[in-house]
Design a protein around this ligand. Structure first.
Ligand code: BG6
Length: 467
């Protein structure tokens, strides 16, 4: 039997993501474990169960008895001694640290001191999952990593980036490396530009306190967007082994060079009131004079042969028109010789990997319109994941928790990935650009459009701008 110990069990992440994911695994017979929910509040087994119940759809009764509550202040040694007794009978132990990162070191030190979690357990396994953010900048991330790696082996450490658990993020490699029609064209000779987008319509909601100290560069770019970028840009790995894949991702990140010209390649914004969303600086727990960015658009070049001269445009932000994430690959168009029509131009082929909300793949190509012979026009072939498989794709956290239980680290970030992503974000944060206001419910600052217009391109591959 396995024990899953969740630190931060009364928090939002546990309620909205972890418990529903564990419930689903239980329903499918993939969870042979008990769950110890840890929090600072004075709760008991019954009260934590009733708090968590509302976040689960389905037969709660068979699941609820797996959950017990353990009250613990992170510094309280005696509370860890008591926890030790509760886990003693189980050799396999999964610790999920869904707390603020400042608390990670004290928690793992106490777990180690008591022998609850050790480097090389004599029997079974001990694995520790660290929620993001992993540090606040390169320096703090290094410090944190030093502390956790003195206590655990890299093999025991699972740094979460929940985007890696998304079905269509996993599909990036399958699509690229199993289809010669894409793999052969995946380079600067054939690709004009790549757009990597993950945007949201909500403002910061209840998370102003955290977000105001973070901002979009740290909250989204350092992790999710650079992960999407490295999966799109990497070379083929030797095998599907976790380390072979991560080696190639790190190599791709290392090719990103940020230099003095960067002022022209980076747009930062902050939302002002629009629709139901208030001004950012009036959000709960946000400082009135806040200069935190809630929007980032940028143009990144990768310094290697495959991507020579191909811009990767990245965009993320809160309080925009829609919530969606996608990768748009626009191929190069040849000079038009036939079917050019009055414009004399043809639309370039494009491939859209839709990560959310409607997962799938779109391929755009040219055909003739009925009754028209002179000009070709673009049409889209659309693969909808839901239409094919129904709406039952596992949530990212379900997949990721199952992988931790199985000991598969492929969808977790290795230290050098985190390190290089921080190097990039620290550099980006040092670039002095104005913070541009944008109205909530729009596409963000106009300067983000200019970033592409300047290159005679637009975000038109992006469906929200087309809608
Ligand atoms: C989290 C960020 O990592 O990702 C949030 O902290 C953001 O600010 C969220 O809203 C987006 O994730 P998803 O899966 O909803 O796109």
């Amino acid at each position: 039997m396995t024990t899953i110990v969740i630190f931060g069990a009364t928090g939002d992440l546990t309620k909205r993501k972890l418990i529903p994911a564990l419930f689903n695994l239980h329903k499918q017979g993939k969870l042979n474990a008990k769950i110890i929910a840890i929090g600072r509040k004075p709760l008991n087994d019954e009260s934590i169960r009733s708090e968590l119940k509302q976040f689960v759809k389905g037969d709660w009764n068979t699941f609820k008895n797996l959950i017990t509550y353990h009250q613990l202040e992170f510094h309280d040694s005696e509370a860890y001694d008591a926890l030790k007794k509760k886990v003693a009978s189980d050799q396999n132990r999964l610790f999920y640290l869904a707390t603020a990162p400042e608390s990670f070191p004290i928690i793992i030190k106490q777990l180690n001191r008591t022998g609850i979690a050790v480097k090389n357990p004599k029997k079974g396994w001990h694995r520790v999952v660290f929620e993001k953010p992993f540090g606040h900048d390169l320096k703090s991330a290094k410090q944190l990593n030093k502390e956790i790696t003195t206590i655990f082996n890299e093999r025991q450490i699972y740094r979460i980036d929940h985007y890696l658990g998304k079905e269509f993020v996993q599909n990036i490699l399958v699509l690229r490396f199993t289809n010669p029609i894409f793999e052969r064209l995946w380079d600067a000779d054939h690709i004009d530009n790549v757009q990597i987008i993950s945007v949201e319509s909500d403002g910061v909601l209840e998370r102003g306190g955290y977000y105001d100290k973070s901002g979009a560069l740290r909250d989204m770019v350092q992790n999710h967007l650079l992960q999407l970028l490295s999966l799109t840009a990497m070379e083929i790995p030797k095998s599907l082994d976790a380390d072979d894949i991560r080696d190639q991702k790190v190599k791709a990140l290392k090719t990103i060079k940020i230099n003095a010209d960067w002022k022209n390649n980076l747009v930062l914004g902050q939302y002002i009131a629009g629709g139901k969303v208030p001004d950012y600086h009036k959000e709960k727990d946000v400082s009135q004079a806040s200069t935190t960015e809630t929007f980032v658009a940028m143009k990144i070049m990768l310094n290697n042969k495959r991507w020579k001269g191909v811009p990767f445009y990245v965009r993320t932000g809160k309080a925009l028109t829609h919530k969606y994430a996608e990768i748009v690959i626009t191929f190069k168009q040849l000079p038009c010789r036939l079917f050019c029509g009055p414009t004399g131009k043809l639309t370039a082929n494009s491939l859209v990997i839709r990560i959310q909300p409607d997962e799938g793949v779109e391929l755009q190509f040219n055909l003739k319109e009925p009754e028209q012979d002179a000009a070709a026009v673009p049409y889209t072939m659309d693969f909808s994941h839901e239409a094919e498989f129904g709406a039952n794709t596992p949530e990212a956290y379900e997949r990721l928790l199952h992988d931790v239980l199985r000991g598969d680290q492929t969808l977790f970030t290795r230290w050098d990935e985190v390190e290089h992503a921080w190097k990039i974000v620290d550099k980006l944060r040092s670039v002095k650009v104005p913070l541009r206001p944008y109205k909530a419910g729009t596409h963000g600052p106009a300067a983000a459009l200019d970033l592409l217009k300047r290159d005679s391109r637009d975000w038109s591959g992006n469906r929200a701008l087309r809608r």
